[in-house]
Design a protein around this ligand. Structure first.
Ligand SMILES: CC(C)(COP(=O)(O)OP(=O)(O)OC[C@H]1O[C@@H](n2cnc3c(N)ncnc32)[C@H](O)[C@@H]1OP(=O)(O)O)[C@@H](O)C(=O)NCCC(=O)NCCS
Length: 153
């Protein structure tokens, strides 16, 4: 990733008026997408909702919720045409740093068992699998397990 591209890209707070653009990416990259209301409720609830923007083009987003000691990454997505260029890793690292600033002791997330690419990215950043939630996600043929992953801070 070039320095110029790095500089042109910023992570900022998601606002309610961003949700209509976020949902377009969400529907493009997830088979079972969140609704606009899920995103709007997360913004209103004061979760750490962020977008990744390059020259006014929204290329990704993520949401993290703080518990007493643990931070939970609820969702993270990068528009298909921007994937595999390091942006997901950059956004994830941003949330890890934010969780540290908030004095969390760990960061938790769930990932579909079949989502090998995402799970690899999480492992690369130090997340370890700690549990499996049986049949947690809807799937095309029934249900799918979730891997629960944790990063100790
Ligand atoms: C999962 C997701 C957020 C990752 O975002 P991303 O921007 O593609 O992530 P990165 O580019 O940082 O890393 C992903 C891969 O690209 C590779 N990569 C990073 N920079 C690269 C570059 N400059 N050139 C080529 N490959 C690169 C990484 O090595 C990594 O490979 P791996 O998965 O084989 O280990 C994104 O793919 C996505 O939105 N997927 C659909 C939604 C989803 O599954 N969300 C997660 C739900 S738990």
């Amino acid at each position: 990733m070039s320095d110029a591209l790095q500089q042109a890209c910023q992570i900022r707070e998601m606002r309610l008026e961003d949700v209509s653009r976020v949902i377009l990416i969400e529907r493009e990259i997830f088979l079972f997408p969140w609704t606009e209301m899920n995103f709007a409720d997360s913004v209103k609830a004061g979760y750490h909702c962020r977008v990744l923007e390059q020259n006014d083009v929204l290329i990704g987003y993520g949401i993290m919720m703080m518990g007493p000691d643990e931070a939970h990454i609820l969702t993270i997505g990068i528009s298909a045409q921007w994937q595999h260029q390091g942006w997901g890793g950059k956004l994830l690292q941003y949330f890890i740093d934010l969780a540290k600033q908030q004095e969390a002791v760990s960061v938790l997330l769930d990932v579909r068992e079949s989502n090998i690419g995402a799970a690899n990215l999480y492992r690369r950043l130090g997340f370890k699998q700690i549990a499996v939630r049986k049949g947690y996600y809807p799937a095309m043929c029934g249900r799918e397990d979730a891997l629960v992953m944790r990063l100790e801070l």
